[in-house]
Write a protein that binds this ligand. Sequence first.
Ligand SMILES: *[C@@H]1O[C@H](CO)[C@@H](O)[C@H](O)[C@H]1NC(C)=O
Length: 354
Amino acid sequence: MALDLNAWTIGSLVGLLLLLPSIMGFFGKNKFNVSGKTVLLTGASEGMGKSVAQQLAKKGASIIIVARNVGKLEEALADIRASFPLSPYSPQLIASAANPSTQRFHYISADLSEPEGAQHVTNEATAWNNNQSPDIVWCIAGSALPDLFISTPLSKMRQQMDINYWSCADMAHAILNKWLTPFAEDKERHLVFTSSVVAFYPVAGYAPYAPSKAAIKSLSDSLAQEVLLYGDKVKIHTVFPGTILSRGLEQEDKTKPGVTFILEEADPKQTPDQVASQSIAGLERGEYLVTVSWLGGLMRACAWGGSVRNNWVVDTFYTWLASIVWMFVGRDMDGKVVAYRKKHGHPSTYPKKA
Ligand SMILES: *[C@@H]1O[C@H](CO)[C@@H](O)[C@H](O)[C@H]1NC(C)=O
């Protein structure tokens, strides 16, 4: 009997193929189990970093947060320890920590854009953690100073590289020197970087910022392969958030060019909690390059290059789809810039920003 391959069968086969990884993921084991682990988080006194700290504490991790401002660190640590509102189902305060008697919490005040910052933090964290290096390091510290390229002082662009890229590279260097020695205990460890969707598609106005985030992706790809020299216990990941509703966003909006607001209109605005939970969910599924929204996923599909895919079947399919979709999206975005020029004239005539 001939196989009747009508549209429905093909449709169901493709559907099944696409669903299979999520079904497997649903039943698959958690690849980022933080219970009983010590997690070092940079940039965790507010925004996404603080949300990640709270959510990992709820999952049973001991937490070390790093930032510059001691006042903010103390406040954040108190929130991470136990700050949950009264639940309607429970008469008691629900503690943030899953297991408050064994979980420990600590903060380190440091400036990670300074050359020795990461080394100092790694040493202090290890000393505090009973002379064991932390099991997981997640670099979240960063800031965005969007502006038009020719009006950005060169010093500001170097500062962006220090705060965003060098803080990650220095931290990776310090912690991998502990994890990858011949004497290191052979256990699972994760190094997570935080990049941005502008590393995939850097729109106008992000020239001072996007290269520092693209450099993180490049470091991540290179290290993900290099660690294979040492075994299979150390995993590298990079997370790519889009717009996060936070105090950092309020700061960056002050210098953001008008055209950039238009170009990022379609980007879903997410709360720090949403970004944290989507990031953690991706890591728990064992993903390497983690996006946290549908648009982030589409941008990633345009930019895989040679990076290891989270799922070769699904990601290859999206890559085909995205290459078609982007014929229209890319032209539309360039068209918006041209329309902005026609309406507003030469950028030197724009009203001055604060
Ligand atoms: C996570 O790790 C803890 C401690 O090692 C273990 O008790 C727990 O069963 C693990 N959970 C999962 C889902 O693997």
